[in-house]
Design a protein around this ligand. Sequence first.
Ligand SMILES: NC(=O)c1ccc[n+]([C@@H]2O[C@H](COP(=O)([O-])OP(=O)(O)OC[C@H]3O[C@@H](n4cnc5c(N)ncnc54)[C@H](OP(=O)(O)O)[C@@H]3O)[C@@H](O)[C@H]2O)c1
Length: 318
Amino acid sequence: MESVTSNNVESQTMKAIVVTDKSAGTAGMKLVERPRPQAAINDVVVQVHASGFVPTELEWPSTWTDRLGHNRTPTVPGHELAGVVIALGYGTTGLSVGQRVFGLTDWYRDGTLAEYVALESRNLAPLPGDVDFTVGASLPISGLTAWQGLFQHGRLQAGQTVLAHGAAGAVGSLVVQLAREAGAYVIGTGRTADRQSVLDFGAQEFVDLENNTLEDVGSVDLVFDVIGGEIGKRSAALVRSGGILVSIVGPVETQAANILAIDFVVESDRAQLNEIVQRVRDGRLRTNIGDISSLDDAVVALNPTGRRKGKPIIRIRP
Ligand SMILES: NC(=O)c1ccc[n+]([C@@H]2O[C@H](COP(=O)([O-])OP(=O)(O)OC[C@H]3O[C@@H](n4cnc5c(N)ncnc54)[C@H](OP(=O)(O)O)[C@@H]3O)[C@@H](O)[C@H]2O)c1
């Protein structure tokens, strides 16, 4: 099972990274040989060119159990991809074989740290020919999360003030840019070392959470929380009456009156993926790509010794 051969294309197997042990975290990742996935009803099979990875995904319950709570290991992590469609399942419409695509895989299915992945066609959007696969793989989770948090759940309006936590990170950097484009005044937060990067993404102010007092920002219309815990609680108190706190790290405990506190998990949306990639093409959005590694080197790359910067991408095909 764990020997990896190079001539696996004809053999109907593929290289993939799997996890079996939750307590081991990313250190438990192993590169193995697996059967290639088949396209079920409404599915496509994609030859993965690049895969995005969210470092916390090995803490998500869906990495370990199916929808009934049964153990589903060994599982293939990674939920973002850019690649080329190589097969359509029964009844699949909207995409064709040979098409370049990017998107988000189902949390409860095998993911994208693999040479091939099967997923529902509705989870993908066309990737324009002038957008590199590495760029495409960096966008689905971060981009859709930022978009949905700001515009669907946060109901952002021009002229409002947004407090964007973790603004140098994968989601936060896109929150800053999309909120600025929408005409908001953006206050980004992060660690001391993140100041310049957050200002470069377009935030008008930066709060160093290690040295500044968060409460000094005064009141805001919208908090976008990617950190949680005490930061989430303290941020809820900063939301002005009628404002919204959006969290992507679970519910925020708050006694604050007359604010809306929402936590959500990102969903696939082809139209929103189209909007996001169009902004990357015309320069309105800058990607935040961190280390890029090959599939063979991914286990080491996804266990860095230092602090991560940006979104880790695994380039599955050169
Ligand atoms: N609900 C959803 O749909 C959804 C979607 C995407 C992501 N998420 C979750 O959202 C979180 C962020 O994801 P991401 O991909 O943007 O991660 P990321 O790239 O690591 O960004 C998070 C940023 O926040 C910073 N940060 C964290 N704690 C901090 C603190 N106490 N003080 C100052 N800065 C702090 C991080 O710095 P350090 O790296 O130094 O900690 C990093 O710069 C993760 O927990 C992820 O699981 C949820």
